[in-house]
Design a protein around this ligand. Sequence first.
Ligand SMILES: *Cc1c(COP(=O)(O)O)cnc(C)c1O
Length: 467
Amino acid sequence: MRRVPSVDELLKRPRIEERAKGSGRALVVAEARAVLDELRQAIRKPSGPAEGANQSINTASLADAAEEKIIRRLNALGSPSLQRVINATGVVLHTNLGRAPLSEAAVRAITETAGGYSNLEYDLASGKRGKRDLHAGGLLEKLLGAPAIVVNNNAAAIFLVLNELASDGEVIVSRGELIEIGDGFRIPDILARSGATLREVGTTNRTGLADYRDAVSERTRMLLRVHPSNFRVVGFTARPGLDEMVALGGELRLPVVEDLGSGCLYDFAQQGFEDEPPVVESLRAGTDLVTFSGDKLLGGPQAGIIAGKPEWLRRVRRNPLFRALRVDKLTYAALEATLRDYLFGRYDHIPLLRMIRAGAEDIQRRAERFVGGLSLGESISISLQSGESVLGGGSTPAQSIPTTLIRIRTGNGRSVARIEASLRQGDQPVVARIEDDALLIDLRTVQAAEEEPLTNALRSALGETNE
Ligand SMILES: *Cc1c(COP(=O)(O)O)cnc(C)c1O
């Protein structure tokens, strides 16, 4: 213990002294204390093989080790925790990797808005207070044919709608739609927190219109329909058509609300995806309110959009919780830019749509070119094989898109797992798939500008493990 250096001794070391001048003395002292505490604890509780080594450790080597740790901690504090990652998995909507990458126009809009003041709630024409809703509202109304408001995410959207329309009564939901989205978000839980009471009807696989009708009482406030985004029940199944539910709602004077999950502004049926209906279809069928995400298949920033009939929407907008769930100027900037690309039909400007719409042969051409430029060592074998990309967690997860995969195998028993780990932990982190002892790269989710950094990351990860 006596060999452990003091904070003062450490601060006299040139590298640390220099950091104390540059990074603020208080921070460096705090990090030095923390490192010394860890050191003392490690000495008190020697674990395993380090025990013997401890005997021979002298003051100088302890101070060296402490210095190294302090510098490493300061470097970590100085670098962003949230980093750009190259998604080479082929999972287009990867919730863990931040869902939709934003378009160039959306990024530009954020950059231009972020550093200065803006007319977020200011009407430049009249010089008076304005409403933040306007910024995306007009575009949404044009695209959807119905007014819309924006909140923090789709979970917030559903919560707000339930709280406003049903907090003093019951909401009827089919048992087949009481889903969990992921990360503990469950429809029954959010419903309970909104103050509404859940009235489950039907069974897991079959619910009919009569089930809804039979459950209605004077306490019923809403018929809720949830798009079972992330799973599919197959076989002996039934659920009423949306038009039937809308008719029942009309007859009973109850609003019909649909949580669409992904919420497409693009018709993915062209892509052969049958499970992702466009938002306009739900609205055209007469749904009173629909809710959907901004950063799933829409390909924009994290947001929740509530659209529908003006009389219901006005009520939701006036709920005081709207204030707690509203979005900031940067979200409006990015959302507006994304919606404008939809309005003008510039689908390929939106990275997510570009990735989904690319054909297997497009990916194959890119993969051939990419592999041609890789020039890795001789013990590494690279081949192309056909495979599948998937839409991923925020939507129909198993919906696959044919693609071309780059398959990388290493000779002489080098572990693919180590290469994969080193790709993840490099200066430019890359996330890739492992299958049958090979590393799989799917360029579908890699943007053109990311190909060069990906090449460098691969070279470095495969080089590193050469020894
Ligand atoms: C994803 C999803 C949600 C939650 O949306 P977030 O934008 O992630 O909050 C709610 N309902 C359904 C059906 C979903 O698919």
